[in-house]
Design a protein. Sequence first.
Length: 303
Amino acid sequence: MSSQFGKVAVLLGGSSAEREVSLKSGNAVLNAFVNQGIDAIAFDPAERNLWQLKDLGVDRVFIALHGRGGEDGTIQGALEFMGIPYTGSGVLGSALAMDKVRCKHLFQSAKLSTAPYTVVSKETGFDAKALIAEFGKVMVKPSHEGSSIGMAQADSEETLTAALNNAFKFDDQVLVEQWITGREFTVSMLAKEALPVIEMRTPRGFYDYEAKYQVNSTEYYCPADISAAHTEQLQVMAKHAFELVGATGWGRVDAMQDEQGHFYLLEVNTVPGMTEKSLVPMAAKATGVSFEQLVVRILEQTL
């Protein structure tokens, strides 16, 4: 099996705000390949010229870069130009999924359920008082960051002003989304199939960076404790959203359910976390697919 892939480079690290998480993901993927006898090497584009992939005789690439530069279509475009096959979504799907604002516009135009929102830009400024009057409690998200970086909740003029000014350090465009009180879910996608739904529960108010990577208080339920009808509804929504933004191969779609039972799409992730403890491996494991089998299945899609 290992020979059919040739030489594989695992792209990890990078220079985005999610570098640390990417190093963990990439090393977990690399170890899984090595354990299976696949000729794989680690390659950090922040420390090496991408053209070295050609000099090294790399046949295909597993992208484990999170955030800007790795998940937004730029590395995908470079690899297309170099003629090197890679895992996951192409240029357009990566770029759209990474852009939270355009994702919301797409969901809305396709009549997919998503929380009410507005877009605030650094250039035009904002009226925090009017935004709170319109939405009440809100979630603030920089348009192009992942791993909940720069995100914050706000329910007053003061907290919203602080949250927006902080978000502008990461991005010129910021999404202000109506707060949804309820349950948080994620649906992993693998080769056009929606995997079992996972529910994340955290005492931290929302599933933020600390809840994802630093604390042990986050609880995961896989498969989620919801009805078969709700499971199917969520999987269909996730698949629709994934295809709508042009995402392919593998990824994850995050959603919420409010206290009335309505589901709302949050975002599409085209290179989600890939450590042994991450959500996509957790969902795959629930279907009997091990971490090692999962990374090979993702890689197979480059053949």
